[in-house]
Design a protein around this ligand. Structure first.
Ligand code: 5GP
Ligand code: ZN
Length: 134
């Protein structure tokens, strides 16, 4: 399998490692869009969140919390965006699950999750709820 992030996990491609534990690795994004832009990945190859076993999902998100706390303490940003591009249509370029941690500063010119897409539905919220309620 030719996966860039698996190669980083195996040490075949170098990275600027921020954090590592048994099942998780975090490193600086090679093309940072903000200072401290960090990518957190499970060492297990899963293309998306839905492909990762539950116990590893739990561990991954605990690591995201820990790493976010560390960046907050060290860089003192005013906030964060934390997110996943899932599948090509949503901007996923590397097919190995990864969570972006993006420190944010007042007046840094960035947007919010709401600026990613503007494609509001034609149906009412009630109609949509009938389709997706669990
Ligand atoms: P995506 O668009 O798939 O959500 O994000 C992939 C991210 O991986 C991009 O932000 C890109 O800059 C980063 N990236 C791609 N190749 C490398 C690499 O070899 N090393 C590191 N550290 N980051 C990479
Ligand atoms: Zn992989």
């Amino acid at each position: 399998m030719d996966c860039l992030f698996c190669k980083i996990v195996k040490g075949e491609i170098p990275c600027h490692k921020v954090y590592e534990d048994g099942n998780t690795l975090a490193f600086l994004d090679i093309n940072p869009i903000t200072k401290g832009h960090t990518v957190v990945i499970p060492k297990f190859h899963a293309e998306t969140l839905l492909d990762l076993p539950d116990d590893l999902v739990a561990e991954l998100f605990l690591a995201v919390k820990k790493i976010t706390q560390n960046i907050k303490d060290k860089l003192n940003p005013d906030g964060f965006n934390i997110g996943i591009n899932m599948r090509k249509v949503a901007g996923q370029a590397v097919d190995h699950l990864h969570i972006h941690i993006l420190p944010r500063w007042q007046d840094d010119g960035g947007g919010s999750v709401h600026t990613i897409i503007h494609n509001p539905p034609k149906q009412s919220l009630e109609e949509i709820l009938k389709e997706i309620r669990m």
